[in-house]
Design a protein around this ligand. Structure first.
Ligand code: PAF
Length: 280
C-alpha cells in the first residue's frame, strides 16, 4: 500500500492512475477505523480499479466544545486494516496542508444543513463539505463512499457535488451495527457499561417506530412521542433531536410520506451519538 503524506504526491499518483485508465474509488475517514469503515472500503472495491483511503481529523467540523482534542487516534491499527483490505493508497494530510496560513475559502450547502445536527452544530457541515471538496480535488476520485449513519452528511455531500458539478459519484452505504444493535461509531469507545445499555435504546426506539409505521400508523406526533418514551433513560443526558424528515430535503414532515428518515441524536454521558432509520 502506498502512503502519501503530501498533497503533491497524492495528486501526482491519482493523475497517473487516471491517465492509465483506472477508476479511483475513495473512502474519506477521520481514522479510528471500525467495522463500519471497513465495510465502506469493501464497497469501494466494487466501484473502482483502485481504492484510496484518507485519514484526517478535520478541525473545521468540530465546534468549540466538541471532542476534537480527544478524538480517538489509532493510526497503526488503521493502516493494518487498510493493508489487509488491499487499499491501494492512504492519504495522511496534516492541518498545515489542508488549512495553511491565510486559508479563507469554505463551502456551505445552505438549507439541508440547518435541521437535525445542523441545529446544534451550526459550523459542522460547512467544515465537512469544505474538507470533502478539498479531498476530492486532491484524490480526484470517480466515486466516493459515505456511511448512511451520517445521513445528513451523505445528502449534503450529494447536494454539493450536484450543485458544483463535481465529477464524482457519491455512494451511500447502509449502517453497520454491533451485535447489540448499536450503530458502529468511533465514539462508542467512550461509553461506560451503563451508557452502553442506554445507547441500545436508540436503535430499539427506531425499530419500535418502524413497527408502528408498518402497522399503519401515520400520525407523526404519536410516533415521535412513542420514540421519546422508549429512549428515556437515566444515562441519557440530553436528547438533542428526534425528527421525522423528508429523506431528500431533510425538512420536517407534516404527514408521513416516503422516502422519510427518522433521525435521533442524544448525548449519553458525555458522548453524542446519532442513529437513524430510512423509510424508502
Ligand atoms: O464522516 C467522516 O468521518 C468525516 O465527516 C469525513 C467525511 C471524513 C470528513 O472529515
Amino acid at each position: 500500500m502506498k502512503l502519501f503524506k503530501t498533497i503533491d504526491a497524492m495528486q501526482k499518483w491519482s493523475l497517473q492512475e487516471k491517465r492509465d485508465g483506472k477508476r479511483i474509488s475513495f473512502v474519506p475517514t477521520m481514522g479510528a477505523l471500525h467495522e463500519g469503515h471497513l465495510s465502506l472500503i469493501r464497497e469501494a472495491k466494487k466501484h473502482g480499479d483502485v481504492v484510496v483511503l484518507s485519514i484526517y481529523v478535520n478541525p473545521a467540523q468540530f465546534g468549540p466544545n466538541e471532542d476534537l482534542q480527544n478524538y480517538p487516534k489509532t493510526l497503526d491499527a488503521d493502516l493494518d486494516h487498510a493493508k489487509k483490505l488491499f487499499v491501494d493508497a492512504t492519504f495522511l494530510p496534516t492541518d498545515d496542508m489542508i488549512y495553511p496560513d491565510g486559508y479563507q475559502t469554505y463551502i456551505n450547502v445552505e438549507n439541508m444543513t440547518k435541521n437535525l445536527c445542523g441545529a446544534s452544530r451550526p459550523e459542522h457541515f460547512r467544515g465537512v463539505t469544505t474538507v470533502v471538496a478539498k479531498l476530492f480535488n486532491i484524490v480526484m476520485p470517480d466515486s466516493a463512499i459515505f456511511g448512511e449513519k451520517d445521513f445528513q452528511q451523505l445528502v449534503t455531500i450529494k447536494r454539493m457535488v450536484k450543485d458544483l458539478n463535481m465529477p464524482v459519484e457519491i455512494i451511500g452505504h447502509p449502517i453497520v451495527r454491533e451485535p447489540d444493535g448499536v450503530a458502529m461509531s468511533s465514539r462508542n469507545k467512550y461509553l461506560s457499561d451503563e451508557e452502553r445499555v442506554a445507547a441500545r435504546s436508540l436503535n430499539q426506539s427506531l425499530e419500535f417506530a418502524n413497527e408502528m409505521i408498518d402497522a399503519g400508523e401515520t400520525d407523526i406526533k404519536k410516533i415521535l412521542l412513542k420514540v421519546k418514551e422508549r429512549i428515556k433513560s437515566e444515562s441519557i443526558s440530553k436528547v438533542d433531536y428526534i425528527n421525522l424528515v423528508n429523506a431528500n430535503t431533510l425538512e420536517d414532515l407534516k404527514e408521513f410520506r416516503r422516502p422519510a428518515l427518522l433521525a435521533i441524536a442524544a448525548v449519553i454521558g458525555k458522548t453524542r451519538l446519532i442513529d437513524n432509520h430510512l423509510f424508502e
